[in-house]
Design a protein around this ligand. Sequence first.
Ligand code: GLC
Ligand code: MG
Length: 587
Amino acid sequence: MITARSFSRHLLFFFLFLFPLVPAIAQQSAAPAVSPQAHAVRATTDPWWKHAVIYEIYPRSFQDSDGDGLGDINGITARLDYLQDLGIDAIWITPLYPSPQVDFGYDVSDYVSIDPAYGTLADFDRLVREAKKRNIRLIMDFVVNHTSDRHAWFVESRFSRDNPKRDWYIWRDGKAPGQPPNNWLSWFGYSAWQLDPKTNQYYYHHFYVQQPDLNWRNTEVRQAMYGVMRFWLDRGASGFRLDAVTRLFEDPELHDDPILPGKNAYGDPNIQHKYTDNLPEVHDVLREMRKVIDSYPGNPVLVSEADQPNITELTKMYGRGNDEVQLPMDFQVADVNRLSAPEFRRLLDEVENNSADGQPHYFFSNHDQPRQWDRYGDGTHNDQIAKLMAALLLTTRATPQMYYGEELGMRTTPPARKEDVQDPIGKIGWPQEKGRDGERTPMQWDASKNAGFSAALKTWLPVPPSAAQYNVAAERKDPNSILNFYKRLLALRRSNAALRDGAYITLSREDANVLSFLRKNPWTGESVLVALNMSAQPQTVSFDLAQYGLKEKTTATLLTAPESAATEIALAGITIPPFGVLILRVR
Ligand code: GLC
Ligand code: MG
């Protein structure tokens, strides 16, 4: 719906962000003939994260080194060679800090230490050193919105109304005896307010009761949290993934959130989190955090977890003049949840037209949502679709983020019985909401006991039956495996100048089944054409690239799935098999 307000916002965007780019774009298409030196200069000035592939590790499930059924830091270190060989550049590890593990680490009780279940600070330092030897950077998960209720700060805060740390959290009186301050709901079910009998006030928790929200309007809180950032940067971290960062502020007037039709999985009415999410002050904090990381050498990066509702909100995360987050995760692209060429084309175009100045950041799977193998699979061609999704993730201009095991075609394996559920959301929401255990199962290394993940009798989550067939050892040997496709794709992305630096140009706008685009390096003219058949039928396509300054009629095959024997493919009348992938060098 275009309202007068949103229309004027679009105009404003055009002038603020797009207008200055128009001459640059015109220049690019008119005169790509720049000396190779110019290209080299540009390549070296790009920050590392612009070309990096980030790989998310859920430490509980990656590799257990001490036989307790739980993954750990030394386990990750032991698998660095695998990651290097795969071809990734950075790992983001979900929280390793001491935690009562109510939300599996997203309830931090000490930000400047390591949970003994995962190891020690010395183990962490060794991981950083060993990763560095392999050119792999480490991104810390920074849980900024809330702490654990066992954090010393909260223990003090709840002690008395006049405790010096009282204001570090959000405390309010009830509306009336037995009634919370307002109707705000927790993301994880029920009221977001918890009465603390000791002082007879309520504290606010956007997530679980055991995750009280910090008060980011308190300057001591801010300073303490920026100190945490320095602590990890000093130890060699290359940046932070900011957890749930849009939830930092709540309306100080405590307005009730608007009620929407229907009920959620927990039986509460649906509400719009209007007064507890995405408040403008979030951007002040992001600017301050950016200043902290910018005071360190080596271009540390901020990655934001923010399921922004639209491109306008997402674009704001970069900040005016790019002074906030460098890599805001794009949840619109992640959650299309069906193979639709027009829908992906629309979203990728939106990104190109709005955040052209900021670096896009795409992903499909993570520890909070069902894995892409089944979410995008059709039940018949899932392995082929896994390759299609890999090609989509790894050939656009965006910095890609992978989730451990997606390179194997790991699938979502939720618990069958309520008694087996680990994730509290699943315990509260069963059976409608089974929780997130299904996407957190152990990494599948080989076909031995526990898939090579652990020597324990019982692992914290069971190893899925699919591990017998889908594992690193088996897939290494199979030239047609998902793993080998990822490896070839990652190597290509690294070595090909068009895929690395090229602009993104949408092709065949009207095609309902095939998503096609060109990556064209404006400095060298090198060009790669990507065509992804998102349908279950073969599709025949033709391309005339003359308007992009490419007169070629044939292309060289770089990578296809299913594998094609042809080394040369004409640009007219190409037939792409069901869910087929074509990556072709035009020039
Ligand atoms: C983020 C995390 C999720 C966690 C929540 C609360 O969404 O990704 O796993 O439960 O924040 O910290
Ligand atoms: Mg262990």
